[in-house]
Design a protein around this ligand. Structure first.
Ligand SMILES: Cc1cc2nc3c(=O)[nH]c(=O)nc-3n(C[C@H](O)[C@H](O)[C@H](O)COP(=O)(O)O)c2cc1C
Length: 212
């Protein structure tokens, strides 16, 4: 079982990465081979709308036509059994880099013809897990994230499993060093109490993606 795990946070060792590492550990506990990618270290851009992936007879048909740092990652996902993506919530959505990655990943397999069987060019099932870390979301976050998860489920022929970790402490050190509400101190206490359970839930999610 091969799994690609993508960290869509600019911070390689904070909330999202901790959730992702939990999921990776869970996957490895079931014998999966996991490759972790930190998106902010990869030189790439989002979809350019070139439509090379839909050009009849073209050499990039059903494959992203852009060649950059994301190309080998998209190729690894095409060979994988499961994909795990972690992202912080920025302005009620995934981060810009995560979004750019998902555009490139999905559009190559998304038919522009509703008659195409199963509404996808991806030839088999790929299990997908999404992990999100956030503070206190102002918007109904499930609704904001649902469309992209729906596209993932359509293209990869499976229901996406997701974990949303709210109330994450934002800073890397004491809240007193930052201009912020003292309420953040309560957030730190709640985070310290509850985040371990979230990492454990991520472990279970990773393990479940590696089964069957
Ligand atoms: C630019 C920016 C925008 C953010 N927007 C939101 C938001 O809309 N809703 C929310 O709940 N948290 C928001 N946050 C908080 C982060 O989602 C949260 O701290 C997250 O756990 C950071 O993940 P990381 O530690 O992996 O970087 C924002 C943080 C930043 C830096």
């Amino acid at each position: 079982m091969k799994i690609v795990a993508v960290n869509g946070s600019p911070r390689p060792n904070h909330n999202t990465a901790e959730l992702l590492e939990g999921a990776i550990e869970g996957a490895r506990s079931k014998g999966a081979q996991v490759e972790r990618i930190d998106l902010y270290k990869v030189d790439f851009k989002g979809c350019r709308g070139c439509f090379a992936c839909k050009r009849k007879g073209g050499k990039s048909l059903h494959k992203c036509g852009i060649k950059d740092g994301l190309t080998p990652i998209l190729e690894a996902i095409a060979q994988a059994d499961a994909l795990i993506v972690g992202s912080p919530i920025y302005f009620s959505d995934v981060t810009g880099e995560t979004r750019s990655f998902l555009e490139r990943l999905l559009f190559q397999y998304l038919p522009y013809d509703p008659e195409v069987e199963d509404h996808t060019y991806f030839p088999r099932e790929l299990k997908v897990g999404m992990l999100y870390s956030m503070g206190i979301p102002a918007d109904p976050i499930d609704e904001r994230l649902a469309p992209m998860e729906r596209f993932l489920g359509q293209v990869f022929r499976m229901q996406v499993k997701s974990l949303k970790s709210q109330g994450c402490y934002p800073f890397v050190d004491s809240w007193e060093k930052y201009e912020c509400s003292p309420m953040i101190a309560d957030m730190l206490a709640a985070h310290e109490e509850g985040f371990g359970a979230q990492v454990k839930a991520a472990f279970e999610l990773g393990a479940s993606l590696s089964e069957g």
